[in-house]
Ligand binder design. Sequence first.
Ligand code: ASP
Length: 620
Amino acid sequence: MEVDFAKIIKTIGKFENETFIIVNFQFSIVNLIIMYRTHTCGELRAGNLNETVTLAGWVQKARDLGAMTFIDIRDRYGITQLVVDENSPEDVKRTASSLGREFVIQVTGRVVERSAKNPKMPTGDIEIAITGLTVLGAADTPPFTIEENSDGGDDLRMKYRYLDLRRPPLQRAMMLRHRMAQSVRRYLDGHGFLEIETPFLIKDTPEGARAFLVPSRMNGGEFYALPQSPQTFKQLLMVSGYDRYFQIVRCFRDEDLRADRQPEFTQIDCEMAFVEQEDVLEIFEGMAKYLFMETLGVDMSYKFPRITWHEAMERYGSDKPDIRFGMEFRNLTAKAKGSGFTVFDSAEYIGAIVAEGCAAYTRKQIDELTEFVKRPQVGAKGLVWIRMEQDGTVKSSIDKFFTPEQLASIAGECGAKAGDMIFIIAGDRKQSLSALGDLRLELGGRLGLRDKSVFKPLWVIDFPLLEWDEETKRFYAMHHPFTSPKTEDIPLFDTDPGNIRANAYDFVVNGVEIGGGSIRIHDSALQAKMFEVLGFTPESAESQFGFLMSAFRYGAPPHGGIAFGFDRFCSLFGGSDSIRDYIAFPKNNSGRDVMIDAPSPITDTQLAELQLRVVKLTMN
Ligand code: ASP
């Protein structure tokens, strides 16, 4: 592009009241920026002394000390101190005295050295002696303080989210999210992935959650579903020949909410054709490493550990183990039975963990942990302990049933040493493993072993294909119905479907599932078999997934992919447990946006257009 400076200067000249500057003249790209400000509020340093500058931003606070008024002006780059004194122009003094918190102002003045420097502020060496002050926007008194730590409660801050978003922690979160999204795009683009958008108004695809439905006006009585993920579309793109696809995309699931769930959330959704599991893991391990390095400067130049689902359950009682610390389970099922202690004797599983150096735990601490494991969410019947005293003696809550020698032998099996405490949970296998897993995390937390600045990623592989549900007496897809079984396990479809392993994998960091995916079925006959095991009749499979099975009949390449929970990825990097802080406008725990007040009723006219009638049902 040729740049005609004479023309630009002429254009500038036409604007009488605004000043224009030309910045960023690089590679023939010219940006014209209205000079509301020459610098940001986080920019000025001692090196700028005596310069005349213009800043624009929000009043953080104004302190009137009589002869002098200090104003802190804030934008997303930082805070700069402004000073008005007896030498300032009269109109500046007048306007300064009328300012309230969060007024938007524009100031012009000279950068001067501060007599009392503030080493805690990047701009703390200087202040601006202002000679011009314009109010660009007045502000009502905000309902809470807009500072690093606000005095506003959660509900209030959600209602005024646009004010909360002015606070530095949220601004840091948004910037982190932005940087991560740009890194994702850079990495995937660099590896030949195409960013392709897929529709939001679709037909429901079963991914385990309830879908949000949207009535169609043009097709009265019919509904679209919002995608739980672009799963079937990305598979269709593989059939269409776009062998590397990605999208940073919104997904919608109508589920009960928790800290790390939102009804709408964002995935980094990816799919590849002509790949096996190994290819997918390699590309996306690379992406994770790239993100760690680019965003946090954390070097992860080692191969991420891999663990099978089965092993993860046996060693950590979780399919998303936190491996920042050890405390792996010891299986005592064979060893601890047969001493007349019915809890053990009747148990399907007996497992232990060793809390190193915790022999001095008090009665109160043990009671707390017992209460913890007995909570309905954890579900254990009780907690057995063995204390390894420093003097070599062994004490326990099951002294009555075991001799000191037997206890010492159990301790030996657990690898416990003097000063340690052993905790044991026994009962139903699945429940005990999971309860022991919860206890392990609780102890890890109490012992300070879950440091948020330490990152321990791993792959969990070989998930079961199917999960049996006792209540409905049927199998469900553990990942989703498009996941391929391991070839060698296909014969089990007819004999033992519960034991079929899938080519499915999760990416886990610090006990959080950050991503998950699978190699897909690309054969319509195998896909039909899968639907059959999942309880679909050929007709219902055809009516729901006819489009996919039909696509598979027109030349489907082998393919597989993965999706990362982008909000979770951001909160992990930001060191927070809540994804809400990383979403600009999240919903509250009841799925409401209290700022815009949604969901909300619609008018009778709208209902009529949609051919809908609202019937209130009493739910109990
Ligand atoms: N669609 C899957 C999900 O949302 C991810 C995948 O299999 O790629 O969990």
